[in-house]
Write a protein that binds this ligand. Structure first.
Ligand SMILES: C[S@@+](CC[C@H](N)C(=O)[O-])C[C@H]1O[C@@H](n2cnc3c(N)ncnc32)[C@H](O)[C@@H]1O
Length: 234
């Protein structure tokens, strides 16, 4: 059901609406945010995107239900440095950035330049551009450059939400590049739908991680999905 729903919303309906409107889904989300959300008010940006994506057009944001779990983990972690893999339109970026303690930074990586441009405008609309560094490119190329590029030592929290096939190789890359410390938290989205079985097998069986599943629902749909929180033990 989940696979079918994703195909329906992400391929068939999106292409149809793109064709009919002559725009793209990210542009339609941005236009809704600009029309309905208050400038500088992150919560109203989040509400506008949730409202658009639950009532008008589905989109692959982490969504409101899993978003609450994400919020709780950001608040309990109180990170100084956060990395997000997969920005899309900046929904989860705004969710995370609004909860960061003073002086903390969120680095978010998006390989699609069109999505990244929309995300930049969404983040600006939320008034959070000072907290966020948006990098455009592939995670596998950018991760090894992060220490030099941004003078980062280690990430306290990593939100993993790009293509599922990249979860495991990028996690190993973060380890190899020395970007994780004992206690760093990895939070991976969509571990059930569409699923990341090789990643789950790794974090649940490696002695280097202590891992826990948070059951929830796929964004804006009644289909089981969840987040996996994995603490790197060093
Ligand atoms: C599920 S969406 C991210 C949703 C976003 N985190 C949110 O909740 O609002 C996945 C995004 O990851 C991007 N992506 C996929 N593989 C990537 C990679 N290897 N490097 C950078 N971006 C990637 C895609 O272009 C897409 O925009």
């Amino acid at each position: 059901n989940g696979e079918w729903a994703l195909w329906w919303h992400d391929n068939y309906l999106e292409r149809l609406k793109d064709f009919v409107t002559g725009t793209t889904r990210p542009i339609r989300i941005l236009q809704f945010v600009q029309r309905c959300a208050k400038h500088g008010d992150a919560l109203s940006v989040i509400s506008a995107i949730d409202s658009f994506c639950s009532k008008v057009e589905w989109a692959m944001n982490v969504g409101d239900k899993k978003g609450e779990i994400l919020d709780a983990i950001v608040l309990e972690t109180r990170p100084r440095w956060v990395l997000e893999l997969g920005t899309y339109c900046g929904y989860s970026t705004v969710r995370i950035a609004r909860l960061l303690p003073p002086g903390a930074r969120l680095v978010t990586i998006e390989m699609n330049p069109h999505y990244a441009q929309v995300a930049k405008e969404v983040i600006q609309h939320a008034g959070l551009e000072a907290q966020v560094e948006l990098l455009v490119g592939s995670s596998s190329i950018l991760i090894p450059q992060l220490k030099k590029k941004l003078d980062i030592e280690k990430f306290d929290l990593v939100f993993i939400d790009h293509w599922k096939i990249s979860y495991l190789p990028d996690t190993k890359l973060l380890e190899e590049c020395g970007l994780l410390r004992a206690g760093s938290v990895l939070l991976a989205d969509n571990v059930v739908c569409p699923g990341a079985p090789d990643y789950l097998h790794y974090v649940r069986n490696s002695p280097q991680y202590q891992s826990q599943y948070y059951q929830s629902y796929l964004e804006y749909l009644q289909v089981e999905d969840g987040l996996e929180k994995s603490i790197f033990l060093g």
